[in-house]
Design a protein around this ligand. Structure first.
Ligand code: AMP
Length: 208
């Protein structure tokens, strides 16, 4: 299965991608996770990306396209993948189509997870990640266990979340007509419990 998961920040893309990766047995490729790892490791790429990420802006297309190109060359991505957080612009989507066309392995589906803006702001500001396991929690709806060491992403502060949502509306939302015109786009309602959303995704993908 070669799949792209689309959705605004805090729509649950990352959570769903990690569940689907188990069910579909293909790797989750998250450009956000890869960039955060590079930032943490202090690599050249991490340094290049850091300012954009902390400000809630998109990292330049050529940087993320190079990253995905390299990642798709790895063995575990030969039989499929779930892209989470990429593409985010039409030039990224075009670059992805070209990369996949060269391998004769086009995308099979693109699913957008829809959630209202007010709920997204609330989710992001109350989202916490377990430093050790990477598990994502919501302080009210999916509270972490006592004693867990939690991180609040710098770009999940309210003002930055709003900027990321504006960025999504102005650049990434253009991917919906792009993929719809290619007959690849499916949409699911992203409001509900995580396992209900997984069910909806599997139904949309025709694999349940
Ligand atoms: P995410 O975890 O997907 O919300 O990504 C966190 C941040 O990483 C974004 O706000 C961007 O600064 C950067 N980023 C991740 N994926 C991309 C992408 N495909 N294009 C540009 N910037 C990205």
């Amino acid at each position: 299965m070669r799949l792209v998961l689309l959705g605004p920040p805090a729509s649950g893309k990352g959570t769903q991608a990690s569940v689907l990766t188990e069910k579909l047995n293909v790797p989750q490729i998250s450009t956000g996770d890869m960039l955060r790892a590079a930032r943490k490791a202090g690599t050249e790429l991490g340094k290049q990306a850091e300012g954009f990420m902390n400000a809630g802006k998109l990292v330049p297309d050529e940087v993320v396209i190079g990253l995905v190109d390299e990642r798709l060359e790895q063995d575990d991505a030969k039989d499929g993948f779930i892209l989470d957080g990429f593409p985010r612009t039409v030039p990224q989507a075009e670059a992805l189509a070209n990369l996949l066309e060269k391998k004769s392995t086009p995308l099979q589906a693109v699913v957008q997870i829809d959630v209202d803006r007010d709920l997204l702001v609330e989710r992001a500001t109350l989202r916490r990640t377990d430093k050790e396991t990477g598990q994502i929690y919501h302080l009210i709806y999916n509270p972490p266990p006592a004693g867990a060491e939690l991180v609040h992403r710098v770009d999940d502060q309210e003002e930055t979340v709003k900027k990321r949502l504006d960025q999504y509306d102005s650049m990434t939302a253009a991917l919906l007509p792009y993929y719809s015109s290619k007959d690849l786009l499916k949409r699911v309602d992203g409001v509900g419990k995580p396992n209900e959303i997984t069910e909806r995704l599997l139904v949309a993908l025709g694999v349940n």
